[in-house]
Design a protein around this ligand. Structure first.
Ligand code: S3P
Length: 444
């Protein structure tokens, strides 16, 4: 699915950004819509689907398991599911490409069904830890038949008689939580996940939307206790996918960093468990106004009016990490243009993203003349109000490192080059064109 040719790109300053744009649909919601649609009896309509590579590779795996998923044009999809527990044994290995979310959620969905499947992915996904998901799935009754050190490629035999479990994830991870809930769907009785820190709640919301019985209660200071009653018959219900806040982050920060910019980003999802970047940028003095607040597909959305802003440094507490876990590379770019030292705490999980994002973010800044330090799990960026630029950034098959580096190049003194922008298509197809429509100078 992914093109084998690397796509070098270069970003340079080109005056203020202006105009309106709508970034593609949310990746987390798109992937969940496919999986839950595939477990539903009947036809589910989806509007605004993200047609990025991560979503398309997940769709392929669901087809291999028996679901009928049709792309109808205009980002509309029609999904015909097989029902909870209804997956068929696939004829070939399931290839998740670059998608950690697709792979981990599907480990859960398959782990609760009596089928055996091989899971594989690209070189980046093959480095990422799957043991965290396999451990609870084995308690549910799935068996890992082959896996080198808890990584892909692996073979999973789903549970014949899945057991409901009570599970406390050892790391704050929505993927892990979701995998257990998806496996628990096919277990009798109540599957319980107790999160110490709340993470994005799209799986819970969508399960409820499809008619599953699910209870969410507060647990501890920031946590949640989620109780799912297993073996529901999921009923089709239309889904509207809002614009992805993690994608909006790139044009948003680009507009903040280019003086005189005025950009409107339409219909961006404001789910509080995804809004840590907005909170942080507002603390830094960013001019961001949320206008036309409304509800789309069960989520609050707004048009974000963003103006070029002088930023100041901040302290970003570790407790905020789950609500902005994918936004640190671009926040670090914003911090480089701010005045003072920005400290981002508790970034351990960044080491196991599409790349070691803590190291890759530090390297992207250093390559462009920014002083940066990694202390334990913290990232410290010395902002000087300006960035020399002129660097070549290695993107390590990581879409967000690629986009963050390009955003830096739009505001730095000299252009910034990246070795490969092809992975941007995993989450943000049309990124170069959308940025160009706002006046950004990105070229090959
Ligand atoms: C996601 C959860 C996060 C995030 C990823 C999408 C999801 O990963 O980084 O891009 O859709 O559940 P973790 O759950 O591993 O933190």
């Amino acid at each position: 699915m992914h093109s084998v040719e690397p796509r070098p790109l270069i970003a340079r300053r080109n005056g203020p950004l202006r105009g309106r744009a709508r970034v593609p649909g949310d990746k987390s919601i798109s992937i969940r819509a496919l999986i839950l649609g595939a477990l539903t009896v009947g036809e589910t309509q989806v509007a605004g689907m993200l047609e990025g590579e991560d979503v398309l590779s997940t769709a392929q795996t669901l087809r291999a398991l028996g679901a009928t998923l049709q792309q109808c044009g205009g980002r509309r999809w029609l999904l015909r599911g097989v029902g909870v527990g209804g997956f068929a044994t696939p004829a070939a290995p399931l290839d998740f490409g670059n998608s950690g979310t697709g792979c981990r959620l599907m480990l859960g969905a398959v782990g609760g069904c009596p089928v055996t499947a091989q899971f594989d992915g690209d070189a980046s996904l093959r480095t990422r830890p799957m043991r965290r998901v396999l451990d609870p799935l084995e308690r549910i009754g799935a068996r890992t038949l082959a896996s080198a050190d808890g990584r892909l490629p692996l073979t999973l035999a789903g549970a014949r008689d899945p057991l409901p479990i009570v599970f406390e994830p050892p790391v704050a991870s929505a993927q892990l939580k979701s995998a257990v809930l998806l496996a628990g769907l096919n277990a009798p009785g109540e599957t319980v996940v107790i999160e110490r820190e709340a993470t994005r709640d799209h799986t819970e919301k969508m399960l409820t939307h499809f008619g599953a019985q699910l209870r969410v209660e507060a647990a501890g200071e920031n946590g949640r206790r989620i109780t799912l009653t297993g073996q529901p018959e999921l009923a089709p219900a239309p889904i509207v996918v809002p614009a992805d806040p993690s994608s909006a982050a790139f044009p948003l920060v680009a507009a903040l960093l280019t003086p005189g910019s005025e950009v409107i980003l339409e219909g961006v999802m404001l789910n509080p468990l995804r809004s840590g970047l907005l909170t942080t940028l507002e603390d830094m003095g960013a001019a961001i106004e949320a206008v036309q607040r409304r509800t789309e597909g069960g989520e609050e959305v707004a048009d974000l009016l963003v103006r070029g802003s002088a930023l100041r440094s901040v302290e970003v507490p570790a407790s905020r990490a789950p609500s902005m876990i994918d936004e640190y590379p671009v926040l670090a770019v914003a911090a480089a243009f701010a005045e003072g030292t920005t400290a981002m705490r508790g970034l351990k999980e960044l080491r196991v993203k599409e790349s070691d994002r803590l190291a890759a973010t530090a390297a992207l800044l250093r390559a462009n003349g920014v002083e940066v330090a990694i202390e334990g799990d913290d990232l410290l960026v010395q902002g000087r109000g300006r960035v020399p630029g002129g660097g070549l950034v290695t993107t390590h098959m990581d879409h967000r490192i690629a986009m963050a580096a390009l955003v830096m190049g739009l505001a730095s003194e000299r252009p910034v080059k990246i070795d490969d922008g092809s992975f941007i298509a995993t989450s943000f197809p049309g990124f170069v064109e959308l940025m160009g429509s706002l006046g950004a100078a990105l070229s090959g």
